[in-house]
Design a protein around this ligand. Structure first.
Ligand code: ZN
Length: 466
């Protein structure tokens, strides 16, 4: 069995993460897996170990798959068999020299991901960013999301192309090329749309079909009403160079409201995340020339998909959902360098500073003694330089985390027993609560939730019983 570290190593190479790293052996075992089998693939993931080659990929003549380490190779006949469609393909002439002792990079088992760096003639299309914003969030989070996008827009170059899709119960595609007033096309959140349907509804369908080679553009239509102007990018009402749509996109963001269909009490909001991603992907497919330049969907999401395709949980809060966000907790003390500690309330001690990185927020938490010293201003005194350095270390680390992450995490600087301490306590395992008879911890969490220890003990008991 592979260790977690080895899976992490593979993720580092291939950008692939799976919910399960073992495969069920039977239909029954598969049915017992409550967490669905899925793969998260990050094709643009930055990796230090990427093999880059500067020649064209060898592709399967039937399915177009690229030669890879899983292909079986007949070195004598110079033939490789595609692992996807089992077609036997001849190697191109310049691979004539291959043998067991001399194989190209794409056949090395460790190069299951390689990058082809190819010189291409002709202009590349500028990068495109389509911002996909969840409006089923509290007002302050929506304001933060808008601010983050506006901040991002100040950093992308003016020639970069920008699009805007917002979603809640329904999905809105904003027409940034319409300058008179904010205008958006609405798609039902519960409906499954094909890319063609989205493009047709947006009026992109005919141009997209032409670019896929369905037929040459009619010279009569060119330049006429509704036809593509030669040299212009079809669909340029939706994804435009920032210099042409900066006003429109900012206006749309400023007027953006929370979802008009408020959540019913004790239920989750109706969030059509899957449909929004499908619509945004179809929008990109319809507006951007295929294979020319980088396009990214920038998702700003406030919760799980509860509506339409990709739904992961029902709206009723009685149905729980598993969640992570894998926060990390580090302790800073006088006794040595910072060290990772358990995400447990017992990690709180009066003489420690804790740094919680919960991705969307970062907390620096001072134990009660440290907090008292800080209030007394010991750090200002020359003889307490070590204390000054101890206070500064987690602050520096927190700001380093914040500066390299997008969207910018929220920063909380708090003390034990202070009101802001809840940002840390909410993430900790409640091994000590007001119910615990012999709490060894210097802090307790006011909750009726059971600790992980109680939960696993109970789980073991149930497993043995059955
Ligand atoms: Zn094939």
């Amino acid at each position: 069995m592979m260790l977690q570290a080895e899976f992490a190593e593979l993720e580092e190479i291939d950008g692939v993460r799976m919910t399960w790293n073992v495969w069920p052996h039977s239909r029954l075992e598969a049915a017992k897996c409550v967490i669905p089998f899925c793969t998260l693939y990050s094709p643009a993931r930055q990796t230090s170990q990427l093999q880059v080659v500067e020649y064209d990929p060898v592709t399967c003549k039937t399915c177009g798959s690229v030669l890879n380490p899983y292909a079986s190779v007949d070195f004598a006949a110079k033939i490789w068999t595609c692992p996807f469609c089992h077609t036997r393909n001849h190697f191109p002439p310049h691979y004539a020299g291959i043998s067991e002792a001399s194989v190209p990079a794409e056949l090395f088992p460790q190069y299951c991901t390689i990058e082809y760096s190819l010189p291409r003639l002709g202009a590349q299309s500028p990068p495109a960013y389509v911002f996909v914003i969840d409006t089923c969030v509290p007002e302050d989070e929506l304001v933060a999301a808008k601010t983050a996008v506006q901040q991002a827009l100040t950093m992308v170059p003016e020639y970069a192309q920008v699009g805007l899709v917002t979603f809640g119960t329904h999905v809105h595609v904003h027409e940034l090329g319409f300058s008179e007033c904010p205008k958006a096309y609405v798609f039902r959140g519960t409906k499954d749309y094909s890319a063609g349907q989205v493009q047709e509804q947006l009026g992109l369908h005919s141009q997209a079909a032409q670019r896929r080679g369905a037929g040459p553009p009619s010279p009569l239509k060119q330049g006429g009403a509704g036809g593509a102007v030669p040299g212009s990018r079809p669909g340029n009402r939706f994804i435009l160079p920032l210099s042409d749509c900066e006003f429109a996109v900012n206006q749309a963001l400023e007027e953006l409201q929370r979802d008009a269909f408020p959540a019913v009490a004790a239920s989750r909001p109706s969030r059509a995340l899957g449909t929004a991603v499908a619509v945004a992907a179809a929008l990109m497919g319809g507006c951007l020339p295929a294979g020319s330049g980088a396009g990214r969907l920038m998702l700003l999401v406030g919760g799980p998909c509860t509506e339409g395709s990709g739904k992961v949980v029902d709206k009723e809060l009685t149905e729980p959902i598993r969640w992570g966000g894998g926060p990390t907790l580090y302790a800073f003390t006088f006794n040595g360098p910072p060290e990772p500690v358990l995400l447990d309330v017992s990690s709180i001690t009066p003489d420690r500073i804790l740094l919680l990185d919960a991705y969307f927020y970062v907390v620096v938490f001072h134990g009660s003694t440290v907090a008292q010293w800080r209030k007394a201003g010991y750090q200002e005194q020359a003889e307490h330089a070590a204390f000054k350095a101890l206070l500064a270390a987690p602050q520096d680390e927190a700001h380093a985390i914040i500066s390299r992450r997008f969207p910018t995490p929220r920063f909380t600087d708090c003390d034990q027993n202070g009101s802001q301490a809840r940002f840390l306590l909410a993430k900790l395992n409640p091994s000590a609560t007001y119910n615990t008879s012999s709490a060894l911890s210097s802090e307790i969490i006011m909750t009726d939730d059971v600790s992980l220890q109680v939960f696993t003990d109970h789980l073991k008991k149930l497993a043995v019983q059955s």
